[in-house]
Design a protein around this ligand. Structure first.
Ligand SMILES: [Zn+2]
Length: 307
């Protein structure tokens, strides 16, 4: 993986050649080797250890979440192009025969499937907010969670840093505007120091989400103007367009309003989350330090495997 071949295709081909990732027939959907998983596991441990002093409550949600929760979150207004809804066959004997006939004839059989109450989780923090709201008023000093989930985004690509199913680790702080902004500030510093300890080049920059359509342009501009989203970027498949590996998001009281997240006095909670794109960080490590983890710099090996 030398500088001349610093592009998405060469990185993906190398990862296939070295049996670090495995093809499945769908772009953005890959099998992972034990070595790749070990790197992810070690990186997650590093994230957890850096966040440990804050004493977050850990929750692991499955990769699917309630369709009603996704509908309530407003996700379909902003990112309809990325969402995935799980469908299943719900017919009887007659429809089953029809289904098999359609498949045998090479016809589109998916019209015989109906939407279930499960959608694929688009970001690790989406299932959290209604869960917290259901527990009653948020205590005055706020709450902090550490989450991990497989996430889905429908954006098929040959860029290995843009997978359709990938893992995200997140810290989510719910509290006053001051509390959640202080949390985000502290992770902007800790996140950068953490990535630098892995000997990876990075920069933090203002960012926006890929809001859908014409109205989306305005939302993206507002998000930037108000400094609501920052990303930590690492060159993975391009030097000109580095990959967002960590994101630092301030939602104001959006989820407070959406889910009725309130303090005991009735005032709305603000929230912020810090997300770690686990596959992206692993890819950055393989890209910069090479496919053989035994040959990675001693300081990097020590940071990941030293404890
Ligand atoms: Zn989040």
């Amino acid at each position: 993986m030398d500088a001349k071949t610093f592009d998405a295709k060469s990185l993906l081909d190398t990862l296939f050649d070295k049996s670090i990732l495995f093809k499945t027939g769908v772009d953005g959907l890959y099998g992972r080797s034990g070595v790749f998983e070990d790197v992810i596991e070690r990186f997650e441990r590093l994230v957890t250890s850096i966040g440990a002093p804050d004493k977050a409550t850990r929750i692991h949600f499955p990769p699917g979440m309630s369709r009603a929760t996704l509908e309530g979150s407003g996700y379909m207004k902003s990112f309809p192009q990325l969402a995935g809804c799980v469908h299943s066959f719900m017919g009887g004997e007659r429809e089953h025969a029809q289904l098999l006939g359609m498949m045998a004839a090479g016809e589109d059989w998916t019209e015989l499937q109906q939407a279930t109450n499960v959608v694929l989780t688009p970001a690790a923090c989406y299932p959290l907010y209604p869960t917290v709201a259901a527990r009653g008023p948020v205590p005055d000093d706020g709450v902090l969670f550490e989450l991990s989930s497989y996430c889905f985004r429908h954006e098929p690509s040959k860029d290995p840093a843009r997978m359709q199913l990938f893992r995200m680790r997140e810290f989510v702080r719910i509290g006053t505007a001051e509390q959640v902004c202080a949390f985000r500030e502290s992770w902007l510093e800790r996140g950068k120091a953490m990535i630098e300890s892995l000997d990876l080049p990075c920069e933090v920059d203002l960012a926006n989400d890929p809001f859908f359509g014409r109205g989306g342009k305005m939302m993206a501009n507002n998000q930037r103007d108000e400094g609501l989203k920052f990303e930590l970027l690492i060159p993975v498949t391009s030097i000109e367009k580095p990959t967002a590996c960590l994101s630092f998001n301030y939602h104001r009281d959006h989820f407070g309003q959406t889910w009725g997240l309130k303090f005991a006095d009735g005032s709305l909670c603000h929230s912020a989350c810090v997300g770690f794109g686990l596959e992206r960080v692993a890819l950055a490590l393989f890209r910069h330090h090479g496919p053989e983890v035994e040959a990675w710099p001693a300081s990097v090996r020590d940071t990941l495997w030293g404890n």
